[in-house]
Design a protein around this ligand. Structure first.
Ligand SMILES: C[C@H](O)[C@H](O)[C@H]1CNC2=NC(N)=NC(=O)C2=N1
Length: 100
């Protein structure tokens, strides 16, 4: 899986909702804020099954109702289309459950 080209980045990154580039690393990151722990962990559980089905896994941490997510393709040592797809899936699955 090749890393995103510059033109792919300028095309695809703006389609994401609230994701930011990680300083000093070819990766994207986002903080999801849910109503409570149950909502946050339930979302993580559902996303985990999607990630496993995609064979593409997030780097993430959970503190009560917050989930910090970083996406990159380890095999490519940077961003690929898999990261864009997983980010979009995460946004879809968080719709209506997150603040802001
Ligand atoms: C062996 C397994 O298919 C690979 O390690 C997969 C699993 N999940 C992955 N997830 C991510 N984020 N990047 C990868 O390169 C990757 N590779």
């Amino acid at each position: 899986m090749p890393r995103l080209t510059d033109s792919e980045r300028s095309e695809l990154l703006p389609t994401l909702d609230g994701w930011a580039l990680v300083e000093g690393r070819d990766a994207i990151t986002k903080r999801f804020v849910f109503g409570d722990f149950n909502a946050a962990f339930g979302w993580m559980t559902r996303v985990a099954l999607v990630a496993e089905a995609m064979n593409h896994h997030p780097e993430w941490s959970n503190t009560y109702n917050r989930v910090e997510v970083t996406l990159a393709t380890h095999d490519a040592k940077g961003l690929t289309r898999r990261d864009i797809e997983l980010a979009q899936r995460m946004d879809q699955m968080a719709a209506g459950l997150v603040k802001g």
